[in-house]
Design a protein around this ligand. Structure first.
Ligand code: ATP
Ligand code: MG
Length: 419
């Protein structure tokens, strides 16, 4: 049996990294007063049609959509922001507090060609700061992304930012851009040719060398920004300067989703080959209204967890650093007594592994070695008779027999030495 193409199991040997990421992110997000939110993985297809945009890759070719038994059109969420905006509206979260700081983590689904850093089921960690149009909010979210990436030791990376202006400014720019590119139409790559009709801004994203050369002299989006958009962007940059967060302005940066406006940013690493974007985000001032909610601005980002872990795991390997005791018994009396021992260990937060076999001492000790235990706690007939317990230290190659009643004391003292 194989997993479905583009999906994979996250095995126990990898899960430490996921847990570490969750715990560290949770701590940081908590300090910034972000609350976790969990929304359904399935949503009405219409939610994504109305938010992400008809001419985007996600809507055109990447959605996992199906009709359920009741003939409802359903889609496995391809991203988090649309669902969060929907949840914000459905639950009238704006009634309690104008500002909602939310974060999420979970699987997303896109029908893409699987390769390193690109899967069909992948995971995102994302945050949304809803309710403020201030540049403070833009910089708060960028600062948090920066903090999380730093904390997880995933450097080096670079932050690129741009302003894609408001709808009106973009429309005007689009016209000029199309006008310019049209005369080079025949030299464009196939995708860009299509995008000339459907989504010309995305041509700026093209990785094709010939298209990039054409773009060299194309009109620049920032020339089309009016005072308000320009000022907003300047403030964002200024705050980032104050914080000494390094960034680069990339006037070609546009995002793949329609709902963005003003600030757009990406965080990338050059250690990931072609799937080099770890985090993508920006401002979406009109999405909530567009989905039938109040007119409330927002800004947020999403980090691709698999790509982030690819990067982190290049630098370190996870080993189980905890001291773990392998419990070995022989005979029915010992097997009955072992529950008392287990209760003791449990109460004292001492990690253990009960050997479930009926094997000989030797075989059970071999097993302990295989599973990397620090030491064995052994109860056999002799120990039952003498009310003792034997501790065999595997790496140090020695063993001691002590009074059973002293076991916790003994372990705690020894653990301090071993650590
Ligand atoms: P790309 O250009 O790489 O397709 P995107 O613009 O489609 O990225 P976003 O929608 O901004 O990506 O999603 C945010 C992040 O989620 C990406 O930067 C990336 O780290 C991750 N991501 C997106 N699609 C996938 C995927 N198919 N597999 C793994 N991670 C992904
Ligand atoms: Mg994509």
């Amino acid at each position: 049996m194989q997993t479905i193409r583009g999906t994979r199991d996250i095995l126990p040997s990898e899960i430490k990294a996921w847990q570490d990421l969750y715990i560290k992110s949770l701590k940081i997000l908590n300090i910034y007063n972000y609350s976790e939110i969990r929304t359904p993985i399935i949503e009405p297809t219409e939610l994504f049609l109305r938010s992400i945009g008809n001419t985007t890759d996600i809507i055109n070719k990447e959605m996992y959509s199906f009709a359920d038994q009741g003939q409802r059109n359903i889609t496995l969420r391809p991203e988090g922001t649309a669902s969060i905006a929907r949840a914000f509206i459905t639950n009238k979260l704006y009634q309690n507090n104008q500002i909602q700081r939310l974060w999420y983590i979970g699987p997303m689904f896109r029908y893409e060609r699987p390769q390193s850093g690109r899967q069909r089921q992948f995971h995102q960690l994302g945050i949304e700061c809803i309710g403020s149009s201030s540049a403070l909010a833009d910089v708060e979210v960028i600062k948090i992304a920066n903090k999380i990436l730093k904390q997880l030791k995933c450097q080096p990376y670079k932050i690129e930012i741009n302003s894609i202006g408001n709808q009106e400014e973009r429309e005007q720019y689009k016209e000029e851009l199309v006008e310019y590119i049209k005369s080079y139409k025949h030299d464009l790559d196939i995708d860009s040719k299509k995008r000339l009709e459907t989504n010309p801004l995305r041509i700026l994203d093209s990785k094709d060398i010939k298209t990039q050369a054409i773009l060299q002299n194309a009109p620049c989006l920032n020339k089309y920004l009016k005072k308000e958009s320009r000022q907003h962007f300047e403030l964002v940059c200024e705050y980032l300067n104050t914080l000494e967060i390094p960034y680069k302005i990339n006037t070609r940066l546009v995002r793949g989703l329609d709902y963005y406006s003003n600030t757009a940013f990406e965080i990338m690493s050059d250690q990931l080959g072609s799937q080099n974007t770890i985090c993508g985000g920006g401002r979406y001032n009109h999405l909530i209204k567009q989905l039938g909610g109040p007119d409330i601005p927002a800004v947020g980002w999403a980090i691709g967890i698999e790509r982030l872990l690819l990067l982190i795991n290049q630098n370190k390997s996870y080993i189980d650093p905890e001291i773990r005791f392998h419990i070995i018994t022989s005979g029915l009396k010992a097997k009955k007594k072992v529950w008392h021992l287990i209760n003791l260990l449990e109460t004292n937060d001492i990690k253990f592994n009960l050997d479930l076999s009926n094997n000989s001492f030797q075989k059970q000790i071999k097993k302990a070695n295989q599973c990397n235990a620090f030491s064995c706690l052994i109860i056999g007939d002799k120990e039952i008779e003498d009310q003792t317990i034997t501790i065999k230290w595997l790496k140090e190659h020695y063993q001691e027999t002590i009074l059973y009643n002293n076991i916790i004391n003994y372990i705690q003292k020894k653990s301090r030495i071993v650590v």
